[in-house]
Design a protein around this ligand. Structure first.
Ligand code: NJP
Length: 245
């Protein structure tokens, strides 16, 4: 694929699921990947596997709810490789519940990770991209950022927010910086494990049996990066053929 070889790609939430699949796929296509997440033992193992397969991967501990941690992660990528071409704001949580369950701590965690984490990523990388006169934000939203269902209100709210912020960013940043929204449907990952209500988690795991492999999202991300610099793939929705909303 063109335009991927030697690109420096920083990925938040690279320790499992979609972030991990993106890291593996882009590294196999010749990108140099910078992995961030809290579970560094997983990042260590992933970086070692990528290196053993001839790719290049480095990692740093990252908590996207901590603005300094996100700034340090972006600086680490730049220091290590001299520039940053793509920031993938991928880290996310989905502790679904009905609003009347009043799981206010979980609402706050979703807002902190899914919205503020993305904003901190933008705050860290935008000055770098402006100085370089180029760069690419790829922000993970969701099909739940397109429609709302019961139990999904707060998660949907965070993903509508990611789409709104990404579209505003796209319109503001001018022609040298690309902004892509990737909205997955049900994709194999650990996402449903954050649901604290046992009945709802079981229900979701049942529903998610039609989930497609995380590699399908990695291929969509690679497509967006591979397009020529003046082509901005604005949004991609990828879901199982079996999924309705
Ligand atoms: O989920 P999972 P996905 N700081 O749980 C990280 C969206 N999406 O791959 O810190 C830093 O396997 C966590 O790392 P760790 C979804 O909303 C998915 O599915 O080590 N990182 C892990 O690497 C999300 O935006 C589906 O615990 C933090 C990663 O986030 C994105 O896809 C459907 C963190 C989560 O990996 C990837 O999620 C959809 C923090 N504070 C949208 N907190 C789907 N899979 O079906 C968490 O519509 N992470």
């Amino acid at each position: 694929m063109p335009n991927i070889q030697d690109k420096i790609v920083a990925i938040t939430g690279a320790s499992s699921g979609i972030g991990e699949a993106i890291a593996r796929h882009l590294a196999a296509l010749g990108a140099k990947v910078v992995l961030g997440a809290r579970r560094t033992e997983r990042l260590d193992a992933l970086a070692a596997q990528i290196s053993a397969e001839g790719g290049e991967a480095v990692y740093q501990a990252l908590d996207v709810t901590d603005r300094d941690s996100v700034a340090s992660f972006v600086s680490f990528a730049q220091r290590r490789f001299g520039r940053l071409d793509v920031l993938l704001n991928n880290a996310g949580l989905m502790p679904l519940s009905r609003l009347d369950q009043l799981k206010v701590d979980e609402w706050e965690r979703m807002i902190d990770v899914n919205i503020k984490g993305v904003l901190y990523g933008i705050a860290a990388a935008l000055p770098v991209f402006l100085k370089q006169d180029g760069g690419h934000f790829i922000n993970l939203a969701s099909v739940a950022g397109h429609n709302v269902r019961p139990n999904v209100s707060v998660y949907s709210g965070t993903k509508f927010a990611v789409r709104a912020i990404s579209e505003g960013l796209r319109q503001e940043v001018g022609e040298k910086i690309r902004v892509t929204i990737v909205s997955p449907g049900a994709v194999e990952s650990e996402l449903a494990e954050t649901i604290s209500d046992d009945q709802l988690r079981n229900q979701m795991n049942e529903y998610r049996k039609m989930a497609i492999p995380a590699a399908s999202i990695a291929r969509a991300v690679a497509f967006a990066i591979s397009e020529p610099a003046e082509v901005d793939v604005n949004e991609i929705i990828v879901r199982p053929t079996a999924q309705l909303p």
